[in-house]
Write a protein that binds this ligand. Structure first.
Ligand code: 3PG
Length: 222
């Protein structure tokens, strides 16, 4: 079975382990936030396309923090996949839900894509569109790890991989890491909007380090 997200990218996301969601309100915070994450050992971001500052921030991070593995989130509008494919440094994209048109556009543009799923029907739509790496969203809102284990069971033989987001925290991260079908986890708590606004780069690094250490305590160092 093919995958809308090539194996080498899946491996790279798995090595990163923890993905920091960045919703950037002021583009001047993009580079310091990315540097603070790297300082704490977080090497992958999901930069959410939810603010006017998001697209300019992609170029800033790609240009000034080239070690950062850049994923783009909240890809929900026609035309965004083609636009992102042209942005230097964008490695993959995700969406909160699954929209066949958006997935097809990503495939046509050659943009590695992991759609969001929250039900067995979503998973089957994803499979039919050629997606094997899936964002599980909103993870905790849907019932957390138990729910994920239940919906994955009929598809376990297909080797689907999940990136849970939505309510992931320092308290539940280790449990998610223990489930082999989890490729990586992500969340906004590491570099949330309040920390960016306060320019509290030390706290972002601290949270990044703690999250990465928790992940590695289960999965080992990549
Ligand atoms: C996302 O875009 O994936 C979510 O905003 C992440 O959820 P969280 O804010 O609960 O971490």
């Amino acid at each position: 079975m093919k995958n809308a997200l090539p194996q080498e990218l899946q491996d790279e996301i798995g090595r990163a382990g923890v993905i920091a969601v960045l919703e950037i309100e002021d583009e001047k915070n993009a580079v310091p936030a990315a540097k603070a994450l790297l300082e704490g050992g977080i090497t992958a971001i999901e930069l959410a396309l939810r603010t006017p500052a998001s697209v300019p921030s992609i170029g800033l991070i790609a240009g000034q923090v080239p070690q950062m593995f850049i994923g783009i989130g909240t890809v929900i509008e026609p035309g965004q996949a083609a636009m992102l494919k042209k942005q230097a440094g964008v490695k993959f994209a995700v969406s909160p839900g699954i929209n066949a048109q958006i997935v097809r556009e990503a495939l046509e543009a050659g943009l590695p894509f992991a759609p969001g799923i929250a039900t067995p029907s979503d998973i089957e739509l994803a499979i039919s569109l050629g997606c094997k790496t899936l964002k599980f969203f909103p993870a905790e809102g849907m019932g957390g790890l138990d729910f994920l284990k239940n919906i994955n069971a009929p598809y376990n033989h297909l080797g689907l991989k999940y990136i849970p987001l939505g309510g992931i925290s320092p308290e539940n991260l280790a449990d998610y890491a223990k489930f082999p079908a989890v490729l990586a986890v992500g969340g906004s708590w590491i570099a949330n909007k309040e920390l960016q606004k306060a320019q509290d780069w030390k706290e972002i690094s601290k949270r990044a380090k703690a999250a990465k250490e928790t992940w590695e305590s289960i999965r080992g160092k990549a």
